[in-house]
Ligand binder design. Structure first.
Ligand SMILES: N[C@@H](CCC(=O)N[C@@H](CS)C(=O)NCC(=O)O)C(=O)O
Length: 94
C-alpha cells in the first residue's frame, strides 16, 4: 500500500457561462487556491442550466458546489475566503 498517497480533495463543480465576469472572478479565486475543479458551461445548454437552478436554487452564474453542497456564487466564496472558511471547505490544510 502506498503510504504517501494523499486523500483526494472534495469534488468542486462550477456552473459557468461565456462572457461572465463573476465566473472569471470565481475561476481566478479557485485557481489561486491550487484546487482542481470541474466547469459545466451552460451557455448553450438549457438542460444543464435547469439542473443548475434546481440544484442550487439560484439563477445566476456561477453556481459552485463542493462535494455536491451548493455554496453559491463568486460573492459567496469570496466572503467565505475573507472569513477564513474557504480553505477548509476546499480541503486545503493550513
Ligand atoms: N452575486 C452573484 C452575481 C452573479 C451574476 O450576476 N452573474 C451574471 C453573469 S456574470 C448573471 O448570471 N446574470 C444573469 C441574471 O442576473 O439573470 C455572484 O457573485 O456570483
Amino acid at each position: 500500500m502506498d503510504e504517501t498517497r494523499q486523500a483526494p480533495g472534495p469534488a468542486i463543480v462550477m456552473y459557468t457561462q461565456a462572457f461572465c465576469a463573476y465566473c472569471a472572478a470565481a475561476r481566478k479565486l479557485l485557481r489561486s487556491k491550487g484546487v482542481t475543479f470541474e466547469e459545466i458551461d451552460v451557455t448553450l445548454n438549457a438542460t444543464q442550466r435547469r439542473e443548475m437552478m434546481a440544484r442550487s436554487g439560484g439563477r445566476t452564474v456561477p453556481q459552485i458546489f463542493i462535494d455536491d453542497q451548493p455554496v453559491g456564487g463568486y460573492d459567496d466564496i469570496a466572503r467565505l475566503d475573507r472569513d477564513g472558511e474557504l480553505d477548509a471547505l476546499l480541503g486545503i490544510e493550513s
